[in-house]
Design a protein around this ligand. Structure first.
Ligand SMILES: C[S@@+](CC[C@H](N)C(=O)[O-])C[C@H]1O[C@@H](n2cnc3c(N)ncnc32)[C@H](O)[C@@H]1O
Length: 192
């Protein structure tokens, strides 16, 4: 049953090419993961699982409309970095920053490939709602680049080879598909 639910969700997330118009020219955005926002109640739960504190730096890799980093900044006063490949999502994120009244000093929104973040080592928390193929590609960076103590929380899709410290099954509302949230804490020495 869980497998069927996941397959159905995967079908909604994959297989759509996004097209945007950039400076009068049609530009194909190389993105096979469509935008599906995390429900606000799930955002709150993910932040709670990560035990966010004011001195955290929260990265959302594939940030969509930036709701996770903006909620973290607004609620906990911490810093956030949102990365998305799609320029439309960058506009949405800047709008969310205005709506949440969070400043650029707290939240940094960047357009780019979330698999190529230069300063990922700065993260103390990483949030993810990405498909298995992305999770598989990102996994070596989680093992090799993060500081001990960094928490990673993933919505619905775990890393294929990392055993989570915590799995939470979360019911958004009665009758709705349950959400699965996975949490890892980076241990040991960072590999050089
Ligand atoms: C399922 S949505 C999740 C949005 C947000 N994290 C949330 O939970 O509300 C996935 C997002 O990842 C973005 N994305 C897909 N591939 C990406 C990549 N390689 N680098 C950066 N962003 C990417 C998409 O544009 C989309 O906004």
């Amino acid at each position: 049953m869980k497998h069927l639910l996941r397959t159905a969700l995967l079908a909604t997330l994959v297989g759509v090419s996004l097209w945007t118009v950039s400076q009068g020219q049609e530009t194909k955005v190389a993105c096979r993961i469509i935008y599906v926002p995390t429900e606000q109640v799930v955002v709150e739960k993910m932040l709670e699982m990560a035990k966010i504190k004011k001195d955290d730096i929260v990265f959302d890799l594939g940030c969509g409309d930036g709701r996770i980093v903006c909620t973290a900044a607004k609620k906990y006063g911490c810093k956030g970095v949102g990365v998305d490949i799609d320029p439309a999502r960058i506009k949405d994120s800047l709008e969310t920053m205005r709506k949440f009244e969070v400043t650029k000093e707290l939240v940094d929104i960047r357009q780019g490939d979330a698999l190529k973040v230069k300063d990922l080592e700065k993260a103390s928390v990483i949030m993810l709602y990405m498909l298995p193929e992305f999770m598989e590609k990102l996994e070596p960076q989680m093992k090799g680049r993060l500081k001990p103590g960094t928490r990673i929380v993933a919505h619905d899709y775990p890393f294929p080879n990392m055993e989570p410290d915590q799995v939470v099954e979360f019911q958004v509302m009665e009758g709705a598909r349950p959400k699965f949230l996975y949490m890892w804490t980076v241990r040991g020495q960072k590999k050089q």
